[in-house]
Design a protein around this ligand. Sequence first.
Ligand SMILES: Cc1cc2nc3c(=O)[nH]c(=O)nc-3n(C[C@H](O)[C@H](O)[C@H](O)COP(=O)(O)O)c2cc1C
Length: 461
Amino acid sequence: MNITVINGSPKTHQSITLQHIHLLEKENPDHRFEIIHIGNKIPSLEKNPVLLDEIVQTMQASDAVIFAFPVYYALVPSQLKRFFELLGERCEPGLFKGRYATSFSTSIRFFDHTAHNYVQAVCEDLEFSYVNGYSAHMDDFFRETERRKMLRFFNWFSEILTLKLLVQKKYFPRTPGLVVYDPDIPQDRTQGPSAHPPPQVLVLTDETGADTNLSHMTRMFAAFCADRVTVKNIHGIDLKNGCLGCCTCGYDNTCIQKDGFGQFYDENLKPADVIIIAGSIRDHYLSSQWKKFLDRSFFNGHVPVLHGKRLGFIVSGPLSQTQNLRETLEAISETWHMKSFGMVTDEHGDRDQITARIRDFARILGLAAEKDLDMGPRFYRVAGGKVFRDFIYLTSAVFRADHLFYKKTGFYEDFPQKQIKKRIFNALFYFSMSMAPVRKKIHEKFIQGMVAPYKKRLKKL
Ligand SMILES: Cc1cc2nc3c(=O)[nH]c(=O)nc-3n(C[C@H](O)[C@H](O)[C@H](O)COP(=O)(O)O)c2cc1C
């Protein structure tokens, strides 16, 4: 069988994910693998349509395509995101109909599922028959049992191709809102680039000339916002490449790429009290420019540098039909320890209703600030925090800056083995529960016993 592998890692030949693909290749000599590295090809694919045509022809001529990638910020790297955009822009509908595709990722398994969901959604848009992908932890490769699982996955996948089995589609075409949002914008109170002192509300947008709805939405928001607002277009940042995945920044949070991104981040995002991310839906995410921006934020490592700031999203497009996007945005705000107060879209209602929603979105933001609203951490932050904590603890040589921060701010105090009092109590309780008569008595009063300390405290308050 002829398999085309699209390697989305910016590290191309040095990619960890690619070594997994080589394993599949080595153990399956009957199949022919053609590997195409797109992680360093995007600028030439943008300039030269013939190059993209050649890749598309190779994909078309093969029996199946494997999209191999590292998970970056709960999705694929910006380079692969742009590749998908180019396929969507330049390929005739139905070009891959009847072809099979799957995905293979490596990561530390933090929001790997949303990355695979995204690839499935774009593959299904391109009319591939998408077969569920494989998500390997980057350490799995060194375990025989895990390697065997990967090989079994590939065998299962190739059997599906051989038997031409029908696969279940997960994503169906979305109906975009039809409203052209063109309101009368009261008075634009946004500050110019030389505004002093630093902005309180920073609206970051990626709008281009084509995004008129988004442009009007951000301007309307700025006009309604009671605070000082600065709007910045991220296309204006001197941002040369996407993240290269080198992890050099792990030592002291300095990016190896010498462009204007770090300075932009430090001068604009860090001093802001509120950050609004504004973007239009492109395929099943925001634009690859936004993805590039997020990937490059990795120079901050796993330190929540925007901790405590408020965050909101202005999204043009069918967000309610793109739940995976919502989930990845929520994942980002939670793991950055930000206080998210929601999203506003242009997908429902007429012009006036959209305006009213933007107005109230701005008011809700104001109220949240007034009341110092903090909804507390949720699953994404708590679970993600544990994944990062364990990972940084074991990779402190690479992620030294994270490690020093985690140590200083008590992230490691959260390890269960450090919670001595709870462990002693639990050990005694465990022992008591092993005695049948004591256990019987405890179970009789279990519910009352659990709530008793709460009632006691309530009385005292
Ligand atoms: C910019 C960046 C973002 C990352 N984001 C995630 C993430 O969201 N979830 C995760 O589990 N791992 C994440 N990782 C870890 C990579 O997915 C992991 O190291 C992967 O194995 C690298 O594969 P590669 O060598 O093929 O590029 C990230 C790494 C980088 C450099």
